[in-house]
Design a protein around this ligand. Structure first.
Ligand code: SF4
Length: 352
């Protein structure tokens, strides 16, 4: 049975305390008929996968300035979109973003499907994102469960089963609270509650709209919830990146294959990443080892990337990769690990 009392209380709180987001229609505006733009909701949801609100805002504003509609994005050059995505990580998202925009324009007349099932048929949209877009953009009563919502549900109901085993129960609890009226605002309200009041380390129970109903607060267990099954330690891989600059200032870069880690992104040529990679210089040069390395953590492993640096004559041609003229090179087009390598190279070796 749905608990409309709890959802009403939370919606009242949201009306007064909703966070401002560049992709969000504020509850007051929504009440007078303003509807969210599904393109902006979709773009924000894809960007927010595995990334914080604070990190996403700048990228969202940049994307919507460059490509204000899904048709604009669908018509964009792949390299431009990948370049603007650089630094956000999880680059498969950017490739799927373009695919999805093109399917929406090519197969759906530029309009996003307005149901969870329809949205699920689009590239790069999984169950969570489909539910979030259906709920936020189209006010469908879908259950939207992210990490914030899991934490709030675990505490509200004092559930001690560790994650991820607790997911089905937490989803069921969240579904039971999702109201038929204003489900889009409600979904955002639970997320806001988790992000601003029911925070991971120190929940502000004293100002929580659900304090009277919260079982964990009554039991004094809120700080230890949600419980999590300990993660396995990540392995460490090693690699070598080769940073070559020609005398005319051009940098040797390669576009990585579409499939795989950092797929489709620009990067420095290099070895495989493994336990003990073999040297794999992209051209003959007097490679200098600056005895320094980049450290970067991906979802499933830590990377320690050694550098090799070289200055080569202006006539040098690359057999793999391509030299990018200095005036076309923007380190901001590189994914974070490659940008870190560039920054280290600049300080470790007197490249101009
Ligand atoms: S009372 Fe405290 S623990 Fe319970 S939902 Fe509110 S902030 Fe979270």
């Amino acid at each position: 049975m749905r608990d409309t009392g709890l959802s009403s209380e939370l919606l009242q709180w949201y009306d007064a305390h909703a966070r401002e987001m560049p992709w969000r229609v504020a509850p007051g505006d929504r009440a007078v008929g303003e509807v969210p733009d599904p393109y902006r909701v979709w773009l924000s949801e894809v960007m927010l996968q595995q990334t914080t609100v604070a990190a996403v805002k700048k990228y969202f504003l940049r994307f919507t300035t460059l490509w204000p509609t899904v048709a604009d994005l669908a018509a964009a050059e792949d390299a431009d979109v990948m370049g603007e995505w650089a630094g956000l990580g999880y680059y498969a998202r950017a490739r799927n973003l373009l695919k999805c925009a093109r399917v929406v324009v090519g197969d759906h007349g530029g309009c996003f499907p307005d149901t969870r099932e329809g949205l699920l048929s689009l590239p790069g949209i999984g169950p969570y994102t489909a539910a979030a877009i259906a709920s936020i953009a189209f006010d469908r009563p879908e259950t939207v469960v992210d990490g914030n919502v899991e934490r709030v549900m675990a505490r509200l109901h004092d559930i001690h089963t560790p994650l991820p085993a607790a997911k089905p129960e937490l989803t069921e609890r969240a579904a039971a609270l999702t109201p038929g009226c204003r489900p889009g605002d409600y979904a955002q309200a639970v997320m806001d509650l988790g992000a601003t009041i029911c925070m991971p380390k120190s929940p502000a129970c004293g100002i929580c709209p659900w304090m009277h109903a919260c079982s964990a607060r009554a039991a004094g267990t809120q700080a230890e919830l949600p419980k999590k099954t300990p993660k396995q330690a990540k392995p460490t891989r090693f690699g070598i990146a080769y940073i070559a600059r020609r005398a005319d200032g051009a940098w040797l870069l390669e576009r990585r294959p579409d499939k795989g880690l950092l797929g489709g992104m620009l990067g420095w040529p290099g070895s495989d990443w493994g336990e003990s990679p073999a040297e794999a210089p992209p051209l003959q040069a007097n490679w200098h080892d600056p005895s320094t390395e980049v450290r970067h953590t991906f979802t499933h492993f830590h990377l320690r990337l050694s550098l090799r640096l070289a200055e080569v004559p202006a006539t040098t041609q690359a057999s793999s990769g391509h030299f990018v003229p200095a005036h076309d090179f923007r380190s901001s087009d590189l994914p974070t690990v490659m940008r870190k390598a560039f920054e280290l190279a600049r300080t470790a070796f007197p490249l101009k």
